[in-house]
Design a protein around this ligand. Structure first.
Ligand code: TTP
Ligand code: MG
Length: 574
């Protein structure tokens, strides 16, 4: 015990900052679903608009926010606050995904190092260290006001004029005064200043597509994300705390810090001997003598904690604004694509079959958008469902089809069961006819449901007398990327060969446990960094994935929203 205390004290020193040599931008689209709907219906831009999913608002525009309406608010409450609120349906996520892909492609096209990491549908990180360093090398320090920002190494004329004497947009701290006399040519301030002009330019490019955004500019992902949250909507903030980000972080509620999830908050409360995390700030946690990397490690990674080794130190660093995580390289194809829907208890197999056909048809369309080369579904911004029949080449073909189901939990059971209670999955090899572009997605979906998904469903839910389904999720995964054949054959032929080899090996249930048993998915990984806005806490339920307190009525929609990340976000440390 004494030794623990020694360790605890010796490790409480403020860690030294590392990694200030990067310039990271974080973009977050304003009221994303609402902007998508507004662009398709411009007359809605000036009225309070809420995007409805079942009985809650997935989001609302900023006109509605002025009336006190908030994201994830119940429709009734929102209507009470703002009787003129116009509601638009947000159940079909396809248009939002299409716009998301379009904006992501735009950002990717400006990256030199390919480090563009998408987060959910409307956020992205860019590591622009290399672009900034290149431009710093070109700048004329005697004529900063007439600087030129080069966007291409090959074509010096591709770029924009800017005033390198001033940071573009807001800065933090607002009263920041630079010591320009002594800062040299490659100071942190100058690098962030260049980053701020690039961020502004990119935000303008996104606006040319019809979407406004917020951006944070800093030296790591954590600080860039938090900086961007400072001034929303349609604004940007550069964190110019050259000495320490601690004063910036200290007043923030602990639960606002990405990477600090529900388990960490619980551990922190036990260390601080409090039941209430309402007012728990970074400052409270950072300065309390009971909190140390060692104490956190013991609670989070020790027996019962279940966290990965080193989690205590990781959280301690986050409390000091230190986040060494890299911006992950952009992918041209997602890791997996899944679509799901929730139901108030499907009791008939015919209902399940109909639900599966609907989901699978959307999934096939999504596969065409995301996995076919040269298939552009995104002009105009919200287009009617695009048709891809007969078009394109597969960039990647998923090998595995996974069905997930969960029973319906009526609101009266929500205090007994967590959102994902009873969630089970089973996988099978994805049949080849799925990749035939000459067949309509609807017909493929019917065949896939009959031949593969219904058998999976039966094996997951053998007792039909108790059937009461609350969620169906169909997902394709295990991407088989197309490689140009060395013999000059086409991509389909290369896939065909690989597929034949698999079939000979008899891969039946590709990612099943060896004994073929059903396995409930564990989604309680507290190490996953989720970047979710916080809402009011009254009567909330803490989300197991991100630690956010979600109003009870919004739990389902919030869970659906997490599912969106599946295709793009990899668990940290995983
Ligand atoms: P956010 O970026 O959190 O919200 P937003 O873009 O609507 O608003 P802001 O201006 O504050 O950034 O999430 C992006 C979209 O994801 C949002 O438009 C709706 C959807 N969403 C859900 O469906 N469920 C959720 O729980 C959350 C947080 C978001
Ligand atoms: Mg947003």
């Amino acid at each position: 015990m004494d030794m623990d205390m020694d360790n605890l004290d010796s490790k409480r020193k403020a860690p030294r900052r590392k990694g200030d040599d990067r310039v990271i931008l974080h973009f977050d689209l304003d009221c994303f679903y609402a902007q998508c709907i507004e662009n398709a219906n411009p007359h809605l831009k000036s009225v309070p608009l809420g995007i409805k999913q079942k009985s809650i608002l997935a989001t609302c525009n900023y006109v509605a926010r002025k009336h006190g309406v908030k994201k994830l608010m119940g429709i009734q409450e929102a209507k009470r606050l703002c009787p003129d609120l116009v509601l638009a349906d947000g159940e079909d996520l396809s248009p939002f995904r299409d716009v998301s892909k379009q904006i992501y492609s735009l950002l990717k096209s400006y990256s030199w190092n390919g480090r563009v990491e998408r987060l959910g549908l409307d956020e992205a990180f860019l590591d622009v260290t290399d672009v900034v360093a290149y431009n710093l090398g070109l700048v004329n320090h005697h004529c900063l006001e007439e600087s030129w920002f080069c966007l291409s190494r090959e074509d010096p004329e591709r770029g924009f004029a800017f005033d390198a004497r001033q940071v573009k947009g807001c800065v933090w701290p607002p009263d920041f005064v630079s010591d320009r006399e002594n800062e040299g040519t490659d100071s942190l301030r100058l690098r962030l200043l260049f980053g701020s002009h690039l961020a502004f330019y990119l935000r303008q490019q996104i606006e040319d597509l019809g979407y406004t955004s917020a951006c944070g500019i800093s030296t790591n992902k954590l600080l860039a994300k938090l900086a961007g949250d400072r001034n929303k909507p349609r604004n940007q903030t550069t964190l110019l705390s050259s000495h320490s980000p601690v004063p910036f972080l200290d007043p923030l509620p602990l639960r606002k810090i990405p990477g600090i999830g529900s388990k960490t908050i619980t551990a922190m409360k036990s260390l601080l001997k409090t039941d209430d995390d309402g007012d728990l700030t970074v400052h409270n946690a950072r300065t309390n003598p009971a909190v140390s990397p060692f104490a956190l490690e013991r609670l989070l990674a020790g027996s019962g904690g279940g966290g990965e080794k080193g989690i205590g130190q990781k959280v301690w660093l986050l409390l000091h604004g230190i986040d060494g995580s890299e911006v992950k390289p952009a992918r041209d194809v997602p890791r997996q694509i899944g679509i799901e829907d929730t139901y108030r208890g499907l009791t008939q197999l015919s209902q399940v079959r109909a639900g599966l056909v609907q989901i699978t048809t959307s999934l096939l369309r999504r596969m065409h958008v995301d996995l076919l080369d040269g298939f552009d579904a995104v002009t105009p911004p919200i287009s009617p469902v695009p048709t891809s029949v007969g078009k394109g080449r597969w960039l990647a073909q998923p090998k595995t089809l996974r069905l997930t189901t969960r029973p319906y939990h009526p609101p009266s059971e929500w205090d007994k069961f967590e959102y994902n209670h009873g969630r089970v999955s089973k996988s099978a090899v994805l049949p080849r006819f799925v990749f035939d572009l000459n067949i309509e997605p609807e017909s493929i979906a019917e065949r896939l449901v009959e031949g593969t998904l219904m058998p999976l469903f039966h094996s997951l839910n053998p007792d039909k007398s108790k059937l009461c389904i609350g969620l169906l999720n169909v997902c394709v995964t295990n991407m088989d990327r197309a490689k140009e054949s060395s013999r000059g054959g086409d991509i389909m032929a290369a896939f065909q060969r690989q597929r034949e080899v698999e079939e000979i090996r008899g891969v039946a249930f590709a990612d099943e446990p060896p004994d073929g048993e059903e396995k409930a998915e564990d989604t309680s990984d507290d190490t996953e960094v989720e970047w979710v806005e916080e809402e009011d806490e009254q009567d909330g339920v803490r989300c197991r994935l991100c630690g956010c307190v979600i109003p009870v009525f919004a739990v389902e929609a919030h869970g659906r929203w997490h599912e969106l990340d599946e295709g793009w976000v990899e668990p940290q440390g995983g």
